[in-house]
Write a protein that binds this ligand. Structure first.
Ligand code: AP5
Ligand code: MG
Length: 215
């Protein structure tokens, strides 16, 4: 069983690498960002609440996010392990996750930190387009879909995330530095942290991670 956690600033490539890793290791993807986007699309109570925070680039309150992850971890099957993407991102979430894993009797295999400079991130986010149906991610210059603005995987028309507007991205970066960055030390002290240069091409980033995790 391989249980991975992927961390990094907004736009570092967590989703991009997660998709590849979960295919390779047959892992179950748990992305809190994807869960919130699905709830917002359904206009559910959680979606409505999340929308108030996400549009501005703020974090959804810890108790709401912790409850969601707890529910997923206790109900979803992950026969080969899981890939946590975008969670935890505060100290309170990291502590909550430790408790959840202890209760389930499972441990983390590694924590991957995808490192990218802020300037590169702003460019990535401005050009990012996402599929609202299957969550595939594109970039208008670096990774365009075959047919303009249409998802290669499922044929849905691509959209731009509302939190990818520059003002929101800058706020997400500020919050990352304040709330999420300190967690790197937390996992370093546990001997779980592995840093990869996320400015390298996607395949290279992926291969570096594979070398580290092994088979
Ligand atoms: P979330 O969806 O997790 O957003 P994020 O952390 O800001 O990360 P992104 O999804 O924007 O970026 P990514 O690292 O996945 O990059 P991607 O692979 O797409 O969360 C959204 C919001 O939900 C949060 O702001 C918050 O409000 C809320 N939320 C979520 N989790 C929460 C939690 N735990 N607690 C509280 N609130 C929470 O890549 C980006 C672009 O770069 C793409 O266009 C891609 O094609 C391109 N790219 C990727 N890799 C490369 C490469 N190596 N070279 C060139 N281009 C690349
Ligand atoms: Mg993502």
């Amino acid at each position: 069983m391989i249980n991975l956690l992927i961390m990094g600033k907004p736009g570092a490539g967590k989703g991009t690498q997660s998709t590849r890793l979960l295919e390779y290791y047959h892992l179950t993807h748990i992305s809190t960002g994807d869960i919130y986007r699905e709830e917002m699309a359904k206009n559910s109570a959680i979606g409505k609440l999340a929308k108030q925070y996400i549009g501005k680039g703020e974090l959804v309150p810890d108790d709401v996010t912790n409850d969601i992850v707890k529910n997923v971890l206790s109900t979803k099957k992950f026969p080969n392990g899981f890939m946590l993407d975008g969670y935890p991102r505060t100290a309170a979430q990291a502590v909550a996750l430790d408790e959840m894993l202890k209760e389930l009797g499972i441990s983390l295999t590694a924590v991957i930190n995808v490192e990218v400079d802020d300037k590169v991130l702003l460019e990535r986010m401005a050009g990012r387009r996402v599929c609202p149906s299957c969550n595939a991610t594109y970039h208008i210059s670096f990774h365009p879909p075959v047919k303009d603005n249409v998802c290669d995987v499922c044929g849905t028309v691509l959209i731009q995330r509302e939190d990818d507007l520059e003002e929101s991205v800058l706020n997400r970066l500020r919050i990352y530095n304040e709330k999420t960055k300190p967690l790197l030390d937390y996992y370093k002290k546990k001997g779980l942290l592995f840093v990869v240069n996320g400015e390298r091409p996607k395949d290279e980033v992926f291969n570096t991670i594979l070398q580290r995790i092994g088979d």
